[in-house]
Ligand binder design. Structure first.
Ligand SMILES: [Mn+2]
Length: 451
């Protein structure tokens, strides 16, 4: 592992130089936009050039290098341990059994992908002793080359939260929830983590059992109080979800409610979009576009869904939707001339797929989809939209989505001293077998029936 890290560190300077060069090229391209046809022809030329191995890199490749250089995805600590469905767990012998192993797994994924420099931490599961566990997390971060990322309080597992946390009618429970949130903010400060990431299970199962407006007010009071504890460089991310575990009403059920809550909390509160937290057929990219235009999009939890909050691999069910989300972000960036400040995070717990393997697949998929989005010709698109040339406008997206960015992504990995195929490199590394040998006993000891 240390060898890979040394290699990675050695290429970081090269990466900076490449990023600056790419930025320069992109800026000039924006200053003097080429005719759409010329640019499309250039794209085709580049793919031919790559295939013939002439080493010529043109606009398409530069766009992909530019986006990959700055596209980082945070991995969730809980995605490496044995979690399950509500019906049970299928235990994996190599799953992480403690914080050190979670850091190790996340660090290994980062060493193979070069795209995951931080790990999201969950206070209840990763800091059982609260703030006093923070120095150990700091030490592990240094050891494994992956920084502590967003800090996630747990406001749903304790018995006191049976009827809610910030929305609980009992003021004592609301106080306890707020105290836990403030403790989480202290942990974040100690670890120099910027984002406090909040998801609430609060809601009710039956009509008439909860006062929806009172609960909203209690939520706002608690969020405002928590916001007051944030450091000047910290943010609060408010996540929404339409249903589950509550099946009649959820206190923060959609992006509009999350937006109002974030605004009520204070200026450093933003909305977090979990791609799995929407009703079927909801237009997520429109939500993204609206939040961008309000400067209220703080971050993402990536995963995919077919029915509900299925926690499937990002892009596995509907890659075009993920592409369209990235497109709205990059279009916004093109129009504004600066990238929005968005935390990209994975929120997936795999019960069947190998956990590390699934994370690497997720990261590679996200890179492919944002690379495709980076190939959309924004100048041409704007012209087609202005003239209502519908098919041409739509094809700007379809052409980019149909392109294959994988050769350029492999080239980007080579240029950064990373394995061209991180999944294959993982399988050949022996990491999984070693982890299984070391952890199997602890994993099996942790097996328990669901009921
Ligand atoms: Mn989430």
């Amino acid at each position: 592992m240390s060898g890979i890290f040394a290699n990675w560190a050695g290429f970081s300077r090269l990466r900076t130089i490449a990023a600056r060069a790419a930025h320069f090229v992109a800026r000039n391209a924006r200053a003097a936009p080429a005719d759409a046809c010329v640019r499309r022809a250039a794209t085709v030329c580049w793919w031919s050039a790559t295939r013939t191995g002439s080493g010529v890199r043109d606009q398409a490749s530069e766009s992909i290098f530019h986006i990959l250089d700055r596209f980082h995805i945070e991995l969730p600590s809980w995605g490496f341990s044995n979690t399950g469905t509500r019906f049970g767990k299928f235990l994996q012998p190599a799953a992480a059994t403690n914080l050190a192993e979670k850091f190790s797994d996340a660090g290994f994924v980062h060493s193979l992908t070069g795209a995951c420099p931080s790990i999201a931490l969950h206070v209840e599961w990763d800091f059982p002793n609260g703030l006093s566990d923070a120095p150990e997390a700091e030490r592990l971060a240094r050891q494994h080359g992956v920084a502590p990322g967003s800090i996630n309080p747990n406001l749903f597992q304790d018995q006191i939260y049976k009827h809610g946390s910030f929305g609980n009618p009992d003021a004592k429970v609301r106080e306890a929830a707020l105290a836990h949130t403030i403790e989480s903010i202290r942990i974040a400060k100690r670890l120099a983590s910027r984002d406090l990431s909040l998801w609430f299970a609060d809601g009710s199962n039956y009509p008439g059992t909860a006062n929806i407006r009172h609960r909203r007010r209690w939520f706002e009071e608690c969020l405002r109080a928590a916001h007051g504890e944030l450091g000047s460089d910290q943010r609060m991310l408010v996540e929404y979800k339409p249903f589950e575990p509550a099946f009649y009403h959820t206190d923060i059920a959609d992006w509009g409610m999350a937006l109002l809550m974030a605004r009520a909390a204070g200026p450093r509160a933003k909305v977090l979009v979990d791609t799995g937290h929407h009703y079927s057929a909801q237009n997520i990219e429109q939500i993204v576009a609206w939040l961008l235009s309000e400067d209220m999009l703080g971050g993402f939890h990536f995963n995919d869904r077919r029915y509900a909050d299925d926690d499937l691999t990002f892009g596995s069910i509907d890659p075009y939707q993920a592409f369209r989300i990235f497109h709205e972000i990059l279009l916004f960036e093109f129009e504004r001339g600066a990238a929005p400040d968005i935390a990209y995070m994975v929120d997936q717990s795999h019960n069947l797929k190998g956990k590390i393997e699934a994370m690497i697949q997720t990261v590679a998929t996200a890179q492919e989809l944002i690379a495709k989005a980076a190939l959309v010709d924004h100048t041409a698109l704007a012209a087609f939209q202005a003239r209502s040339e519908l098919v041409r406008a739509e094809n700007c997206l379809k052409d980019a989505f149909s392109s294959d960015p994988r050769p350029a992504i492999r080239e980007w990995r080579r240029a950064h001293g990373l394995p061209e195929d991180p999944l294959e490199a993982f399988r050949e590394s022996g990491y999984l077998e070693r982890a299984a040998r070391e952890r199997a006993e602890r994993n099996l000891a942790g097996a328990a029936s669901y009921a």
